[in-house]
Design a protein. Structure first.
Length: 254
């Protein structure tokens, strides 16, 4: 079942959306007021979302809650000119494609991903380009699983001034190059000691390069026998005072 809950300037309500070729069409029957926020709850598989053109100029907040059957976020938030906040909860391994998902969101400031599994994502081309990659201020990844492709979401949002990475999982990523590069919103201590990493990681080049506001990094726990490159891994970390290697057996050759 898919439920859309919405608020207008002067009213609230919910409706059951229509389907067409696997896509959910989100336009409500009301045209007398301005749509402001949308919350989508779903345990039903669907390909993606299609928005009415009027919604794109008025909606300020979208929450996708328990979208465990969602296959695609292609252009799902594309060119919402007033959208400032997006939260995605429980997007699972059915999610394959997030290309251009946030493209053109020039005022989007708050992006949150919680309990998401992006290990099947195979395309994130221009996911945040055209606005969100420069407008985002507050970005949070909590209990998110990444692969080699989807880890690029962190790098794409690197200009956020407040970034939180909590209880995430990189065990499906074998290339961690540039994973946190230039993430100026990472401040104080970044503790990766309990974060799952793949023992098959081969590259950590520039992994933390440019993280100028980090003071301490606790490196991931484990053994990385296939690691061949850590070039410039801490380059540009001008305030970094401590690197804790007590949880792992990484051999440095910078």
């Amino acid at each position: 079942m898919i439920v859309f809950k919405y608020t207008y300037d002067t009213s609230v309500g919910e409706f059951t959306p229509t389907f067409n070729s696997g896509y959910v069409y989100t336009t409500t029957t009301s045209t007398s007021d301005t749509l402001k926020t949308v919350t989508i709850e779903s345990d039903t598989a669907f390909t993606g979302l299609s928005w009415g053109s009027s919604s794109k100029s008025s909606v300020t907040k979208i929450d996708l809650i328990d979208v465990s059957g969602l296959n695609s976020l292609v252009q799902v938030f594309y060119a919402f000119t007033s959208l400032t906040s997006v939260t995605v909860v429980n997007a699972t391994t059915t999610l394959l494609d997030i290309n251009h998902a946030f493209y053109g969101n020039t005022v989007l400031t708050d992006i949150t991903f919680v309990d998401c599994d992006f290990t099947a994502v195979n395309n994130m081309t221009n996911c945040f380009n055209g606005g969100a990659n420069s407008s985002a201020v507050n970005v949070k990844f909590s209990n998110v699983k990444f692969n080699n492709v989807s880890k690029g979401m962190i790098f794409a949002l690197r200009v956020a001034t407040n970034m939180k990475i909590e209880n995430c999982d990189f065990s499906q990523a074998t290339n961690m190059s540039n994973a946190f590069a230039n993430c100026v919103g990472l401040t104080g201590t970044l503790d990766l000691s309990t974060t799952p990493f793949s023992p098959n990681v081969t590259d950590m080049t520039s992994m933390f390069s440019g993280c100028k506001n980090l003071v301490k990094i606790i490196m991931p726990k484990g053994n990385f026998p296939l690691l061949t490159s850590m070039n410039q891994v801490f380059y540009g970390c001008t305030n970094l005072k401590e690197i804790d290697l007590s949880k792992n057996s990484i051999v440095f050759f910078l």
